[in-house]
Design a binder for this molecule. Structure first.
Ligand code: FAD
Length: 442
């Protein structure tokens, strides 16, 4: 049930050494490798499955400033600027179009939350607008729903998940990076307490700098090296519709469905809150850290206890570097979509727009979203292991911020001036007792 994704070819030979090794070929790892290579730094990108096989091809494709945590706003602004020039810079189309994003609601509490978030928008001059009922209705003239208001950001955009990370990976290669798929990084070797080598299933690469951009696998990788990274995953389902009339050229979020116009003339369709949370041993390990966000979000979560718990329990916590690692036993994390949630989203969309009454599902899939306790990513060096850096925990909104986050990670790895203040993304906040809470105005 994997969505389509543009293929990328692997380089033949793993290099014996590299200035930097990036682990994980999602949008974050690809963008980081691209920015490192452009600086003349030799970089190898290691991916256990295929480029963009996991979250980075499975997402909705929203490139969104609106509703963002305050901590992420400077970085998403930079990211949108990068998206805007990416096609001409790399000579390939990542599918980015600046067509705006709109949220619509019937819930006064939700509208009040957006009104509070407008304080962040004004401070950062994002150009978002809170919509009155009449303005919200005027934005959706052919819609049967009645809104009490909305939030609109014309400078937000959309891009194509099937195209974006592969295009950036190819651009990284054109700039000098080497790409290795079907090649899991099993772990690190250290010398004098510093990173000295990445051991992969295809051999070892000597390096002094490693960036882990492993998405849902990052916590497992870190644990082997006694680095505690509180991270949990939730399952989110998406469908692609067949080509259908345009009711928006951008993206639209409503209580009953969320849509994003695609370059193929269809929509990516999902249900905003319809995510599943499988209880695993990590749910208990990180219960305290995640409790505040769990209380905020529990109405949107479908809790499940079952096979996932026992599979995670059986997963080794430590493995020898000359043995098969957990990353090789699941090349691509490909969970089954929740068809009941998708059927509801499709029915709601058909009912809302007469023009879409006949719209049909062409394909469906799901992805595992990796989240941190404050829903803000970690993009940071890890002080306890010199040379080791992490860019992970994008908490369901790492696609839009991906190019900017990759650039920031590359800055940190190469010691360049960071594109934005990296303090909000520091790893230390995960372990130093900082009270971790999202700040999205709610
Ligand atoms: C259904 C869904 C909808 C979403 N919608 C949006 C949206 O509209 N807008 C938005 O901004 N974000 C969205 N997101 C979130 C976004 O997709 C992610 O935040 C983003 O793609 C994360 O990128 P990543 O590179 O960190 O992780 P991933 O894309 O998951 O990539 C991590 C890669 O690391 C590899 N890997 C892991 N461990 C190893 C190892 N040891 N060795 C080698 N390789 C390894 C994995 O195989 C994987 O390919 C959505 C996510 C989902 C699932």
């Amino acid at each position: 049930m994997s969505p389509p994704v543009n293929p990328v070819f692997s380089d033949d030979k793993l290099p014996a050494r590299a200035d930097a090794v990036v682990i994980g070929g999602g949008i974050i790892g690809c963008a980081a490798a691209y920015f490192l290579a452009r600086r003349g730094i030799s970089v190898a990108l290691i991916e256990k499955g295929r480029i963009a096989g996991e979250q980075s091809s499975r997402n909705w494709g929203w490139c969104r400033q609106q509703g963002r945590d305050k901590a992420e706003i400077p970085l998403i602004k930079e990211s949108l600027a990068i998206w805007g020039r990416l096609q001409s810079e790399i000579g390939a189309d990542p599918g980015f179009r600046r067509e705006g994003i709109v949220y619509l609601t019937r819930d006064p509490a939700e509208l009040a939350g957006w009104e509070r978030w407008m304080g962040h928008a004004r401070e950062h001059q994002i150009g978002s607008r809170l919509l009155s009922a009449a303005e919200a209705q005027a934005m959706t003239p052919d819609c049967r729903e009645r809104w009490i208001g909305g939030l609109h950001t014309p400078s937000d955009g959309r891009a194509e998940p099937a195209m974006a990370a592969p295009a950036i990976a190819e651009a990284a290669r054109n700039a000098g990076a080497s790409l290795h798929q079907g090649c899991a990084a099993r772990g690190l070797e250290t010398e004098a307490g510093k990173v000295a080598m990445v051991v992969t299933e295809q051999g070892a690469i000597r390096t002094k700098a490693v960036l882990l951009a492993g998405g849902a696998w990052s916590s497992i990788f870190c644990r082997r090296h006694r680095i505690d990274l509180p991270q949990l995953t939730v399952r989110a389902s998406v469908m692609r519709t067949a080509a259908a009339p345009a009711v928006t050229e951008g993206a639209m979020g409503t209580p009953g469905f969320s849509i994003r116009r695609r370059l193929d003339g269809g929509y990516s369709l999902a249900m905003g809150g319809g995510v599943g949370f499988e209880i695993t041993p990590d749910s208990f390990r990180y219960l305290r850290a995640f409790w505040p966000i769990f209380r905020m979000e529990h109405r949107n979560l479908k809790l499940r206890f079952g096979r996932a718990f026992f599979e995670a329990l059986a997963q080794p916590k430590h493995w020898a570097l000359d043995r098969v690692s957990p990353f090789e036993t699941m090349r691509v994390l490909d969970p089954a979509p929740d068809m009941a949630v998708l059927a509801k989203a499709l029915a709601n969309l058909r009912a809302a727009f007469p023009a879409l009454a006949g719209v049909t599902m062409a394909e469906s899939w799901a992805g595992m979203i990796d989240a941190t306790p404050d829903a803000v990513p970690v993009i940071s060096a890890v002080e306890s292991l010199p040379g080791f850096h992490i860019a992970t925990g994008f908490s369901g909104h790492g696609f839009g911020i991906g190019p900017g986050a990759g650039r920031l990670a590359a800055d940190l790895v190469s010691g360049a001036t960071p594109i934005v203040d990296p303090h909000p993304f520091r790893y230390a906040r995960m372990i130093d007792g900082t009270k971790l809470m999202p700040d999205v105005g709610l």
